[in-house]
Design a protein around this ligand. Structure first.
Ligand SMILES: *Cc1c(COP(=O)(O)O)cnc(C)c1O
Length: 428
């Protein structure tokens, strides 16, 4: 045994599991090279933006109180705008999460009587209450903003005819979710998003095209804002926070869209001028700097898991060979014991809380018990190696993240080891 293999063994990875993992990894070298090439491009993109915006040591300090003339905050927003190639950006700790960023972008850019169109099917769960698809206090529906949806066709393509027929006088904003989230539809590539935006703008040029960019940042060398999106919106507790941002969301887009969002986040008249950054700026900058390589680690993790579990007879989405457009991996186990063992294995490999054993529980808002593995530095962070599994058929786990590839590899091997130890799978 090599020294490395001995260390793995002392941390609970058997020789069989280690060697099976190594064999799988040999086949992934070429794909990992292309992931590294994307990360290299995006790393340079971020560094160039930081240099051009003249990020200085003083930018890393925060402000308190009203936060007038917050140099670090204003410069960070310039960095985001430069990376996303947009006129402006709003990047704030006062935006509490991805849902909040999306709700802010919608509520600030729509007026009573307007209509939203989602041409890519049902949006992310939490947006149902924002829009009012599920009745909810304060939803857009309560402000007389209506919603229309056109589903993808069964083969995953756009229903262009249906989209055309749904665009009307009231249509003011088209919302496009890049990642499949926790659905089974395909994730959209930046190219496909560009085609969709071009189609929509051809019919109605002044419509606002917003992209929910969650989990998609830095997966490709281009972002949806490079192919016509008026606004890209996301969470700093995912890819662009690089694992360091302790809170936050962003909206990058046209000057007008961002100004509307700022007026809603703070107040009409105050807009971007207030909002103290407190002590988070250094982590925002450093996290954004690390984000391209962190995203690459998470991608390698997702591909490793797909390739590790697929030959063992489990359905994986995306499959072992598919091109990736986000960092989420689903694995269908078909029985609750395996879902639990998988999540407990991921937890046992974590840097934080590895000694606790997650159990399924009745989470608010879910119709079945859910088990979650999250040994994270930032609570609930899903750019860190994490997994959750609803305890109901088809007994699938959704798994994502990994701040470093080597941690992700270890965590995934721990998950497989947990299944092996419980006799739920045998290594070929
Ligand atoms: C995570 C996510 C959101 C919501 O972000 P939160 O930070 O969990 O509120 C919205 N859309 C997509 C596609 C997501 O993945």
């Amino acid at each position: 045994m090599s020294e490395l293999q001995e260390l793995y063994a002392s941390m609970g990875i058997s020789r069989d599991v280690y060697e099976y993992g190594s064999k799988i990894l040999e086949k992934l070298e070429e794909r990992y090279k292309s992931i590294d090439a994307v990360a290299e491009y995006n790393q340079l993109k971020v560094i160039r933006a930081m240099q051009e915006a003249k990020v200085s040591e003083a930018c890393l300090l925060g402000t308190t109180g009203y936060g007038y003339n917050d140099l670090g905050r204003d410069t960070l927003e310039e960095v985001y705008a430069r990376v996303f190639h947009t006129e402006d950006a709003l990047v704030r700790p006062q935006i509490t999460c991805g849902t909040h960023a999306l709700a802010l972008a919608l509520m600030s850019n729509l007026r009573p009587g307007d209509e939203i169109l989602s041409p890519v099917g049902k949006p992310y769960d939490t947006l149902e209450e924002v829009i009012g698809i599920r009745p909810s206090r304060g939803s857009l529906a309560e402000y007389n903003i209506s919603y229309r949806q056109v589903d993808l066709l069964p083969d995953g393509s756009f229903d262009y005819e249906g989209i055309k027929n749904s665009i009307n006088d009231r249509t003011r904003l088209v919302t496009i979710q890049r990642s499949k989230g926790y659905q089974t539809r395909p994730t959209l590539s930046v190219d496909r998003i560009g085609e969709l935006i071009a189609f929509v703008k051809d019919i109605k040029p002044d419509v606002i095209c917003m992209v929910d960019n969650c989990y998609g940042e830095f997966v490709e060398v281009r972002e949806p804002s490079d192919v016509g999106a008026d606004m890209v919106v996301g969470s700093l507790i995912k890819n662009p926070g690089g694992g360091l941002a302790p809170i936050g969301g962003y909206i990058a887009g046209t000057r007008e869209c961002v100004e509307n969002a700022a007026c809603r986040l703070t107040s009409p008249g105050l807009a971007k001028e207030v909002g103290a950054s407190l002590g988070v700026l250094k982590d925002f900058y450093q996290g954004f700097f690390l984000a391209p390589t962190v995203t690459a680690s998470a991608l390698k993790a997702a591909i490793f898991a797909a390739n590790l579990y697929e030959p063992l007879g489990f359905a994986v989405i995306p499959d072992s060979n598919e091109t990736r457009h986000d960092i989420i991996q689903a694995i269908t186990f078909g029985n609750p014991e395996a879902v639990i063992a998988f999540c407990q294995g991921i937890q046992a490999g974590a840097p934080v809380d590895s000694h606790v054993t997650p159990e399924p529980w009745d989470m608010p808002g879910y119709d079945a018990k859910v088990i979650m593995a999250a040994g994270a530095f930032v609570s609930g962070s899903s750019i860190e190696l994490s997994a959750d599994g609803p305890i109901k058929p088809p007994y699938a786990v959704y798994f994502q993240g990994g701040l470093t590839w080597h941690h992700a590899k270890f965590g995934i091997l721990k998950s497989l080891q947990a299944l092996v130890d419980k006799g739920l799978v045998s290594i070929p």
